[in-house]
Design a protein around this ligand. Structure first.
Ligand SMILES: [Zn+2]
Length: 240
């Protein structure tokens, strides 16, 4: 018996639904536990492995990207909740480029408050950053927080063997002089230790980024408040 497509979509895991909605240019459908891409390759959604906190970051399947809570109402992040730090590397490399040259070839220039920054147009990321800039421009009081300290930079995460989100051209760091980073405030702490939170970025700025598909590093337990990353699937997954 045929089911209508709406009810089939409703029964999919929230992570699958969020990915289908966020990346329609790459992900065609979900079939028999696999994401089917438009180039006909397939990617297992959930490898079924039980992973430690570090494994969820270092060896993420698509399902692991939704293992953490992105809480837009909380005053500060809960212990070890790092939604968005988990990135399925094969998927990101497929979409944005699998090495520095491949990513770089796609990058476009975006006007950012008197600067020009490099960003990827893939998945609408560059246009979303332009929309963020247009909206922020209406609030002159946000000016002190806007100076960019970097977008594209192909590199591994410090102390880890995974690619930084800056490698894909989907990420911008701004307002360094007003920013907080978990290790600056908690020197010598390991990733699973309890740490103290800090933030000096205005929530109005954060809301504008989130409205246009960017997650904020200030919502990570391992906070990085200068960091904004184009991850519409994480935001879609927070809405029922
Ligand atoms: Zn960053």
């Amino acid at each position: 018996m045929e089911e209508d497509s709406v009810s089939v979509i409703d029964t999919l895991p929230v992570g699958v639904r969020s990915l289908l909605k966020a990346y329609p240019d790459f992900i065609k459908e979900y079939k028999d536990s696999f994401l089917v891409l438009h180039d006909s390759s397939v990617m297992l959604f959930d490898d079924g492995r039980i992973k430690t906190f570090n494994e969820k970051l270092d060896d993420a399947d698509p399902e692991d990207m939704f293992a953490f809570k992105y809480d837009m109402n909380a005053k500060k992040p809960e212990y070890l909740q790092d939604a968005g730090r988990s990135r399925c590397e094969p998927l990101f490399k497929k979409m944005y480029g699998s090495n520095e040259a491949e990513v770089r070839r796609k990058l476009v220039s975006v006007e950012w408050f008197g600067e020009k920054v490099l960003f990827t147009p893939v998945n609408g990321a560059a246009d979303s950053l332009r929309a963020v800039a247009a909206e922020i421009a209406q609030y002159p009081e946000l000016k002190p927080y806007l100076k960019s300290s970097g977008t594209f930079y192909w590199r591994k995460v410090r102390g880890a063997n995974r690619q930084s989100a800056h490698s894909y051209g989907i990420t911008i760091d701004i307002g360094v002089s007003n920013s907080d980073y978990w290790l600056w405030k908690n020197p010598g702490k390991a990733e699973t230790d309890s740490i103290v939170y800090a933030n000096h970025m205005p929530m109005q700025l954060v809301s504008i980024f989130e409205k246009h598909g960017f997650i904020w590093g200030g919502r990570w337990y391992h906070y990085d408040t200068m960091h904004f990353e184009f991850r519409p699937e994480i935001l879609f997954s927070t809405k029922k």
